[in-house]
Design a protein around this ligand. Sequence first.
Ligand SMILES: *Cc1c(COP(=O)(O)O)cnc(C)c1O
Length: 334
Amino acid sequence: MSVIDLRSDTVTQPTAGMLDAMANAATGDDVYGEDPTVNRLEAELANQLGFAEALFVPTGTMSNLLGLMAHCDRGDEYIVGQQAHTYKYEGGGAAVLGSIQPQPLEVQADGSLDLTQVAAAIKPDDFHFARTRLLALENTMQGKVLPLEYLARARRFTRENGLALHLDGARLYNAAVKLGVDAREITQHFDSVSVCLSKGLGAPIGSVLCGSVELIAKAQRLRKMVGGGMRQAGILAAAGLYALDNNIQRLGDDHANAEKLAEGLRAAGYEVEPVQTNMVYVQMGDKAEAIKAFAATRGIKLSAAGRLRMVTHMDVSRAQIEQVVATFADFSHN
Ligand SMILES: *Cc1c(COP(=O)(O)O)cnc(C)c1O
């Protein structure tokens, strides 16, 4: 029985073509700046996304941490979504390691932060308060694509208020493919962007932080400090380059599969949130553990949550989506 893993798009296995690219990668010591494949990946992403420099790191958590710490000093503050990865899912790293205070705000229904609420959260220049330095957004946010018009407003707003603007673009390319625009249309509005290669793009490891020459120089120093200076990392960067060359446009297939899954589940009587990209949210209420256990008997891996998230990716086919729908239909008839 082949396993259908819908817990996340991080579970993909490297393909033969990707492994081949990794095996044949030219390498060098990247701490000395001498890995040609890492250098090529950094140059390609910086160029693609419209930044002066980029930095290859092992994880998106590290990429975001270095971004936040490069923008903010001790006693500074960043404004961030209550449900954002950079606030909720990174072990409090910005506070623990950077002494940066988070100011979380409730995320709006469309995945954005209300700029009026952000304005109200900016602290006056007064020694009682942390110094508000940065606004951090996430795109996609729980599968939702932030409107380009909103990003332009956030850019104007942060300029007017003397804040820097960071994007957790773990799934930047899902947003770009959904909008049918070049990723640069999104990233042009930001001072720094973190992109994950290990989500829907299908690489086993790796994220990249993009920014100005000054910002990336600071981030490079911090990367060494937190133990992220890797040596012959070209074998990993090769997977990232392969992913950029081969796996961006196909994200559209994941989006279509997610939509198909949502339609099938609705037809089977489930309450499903509108789908934009590769995430499907279904209300399971107190049936979360039961559906997880039932699906497991059919080789389907689910998380257990009342608001169940299912994520499509390159290792889930259309035929498997139909198996998942059938499984949910059988469950509801139990
Ligand atoms: C996965 C993810 C990250 C980074 O996660 P790592 O597992 O550390 O690579 C950052 N932001 C978002 C929104 C993510 O989904």
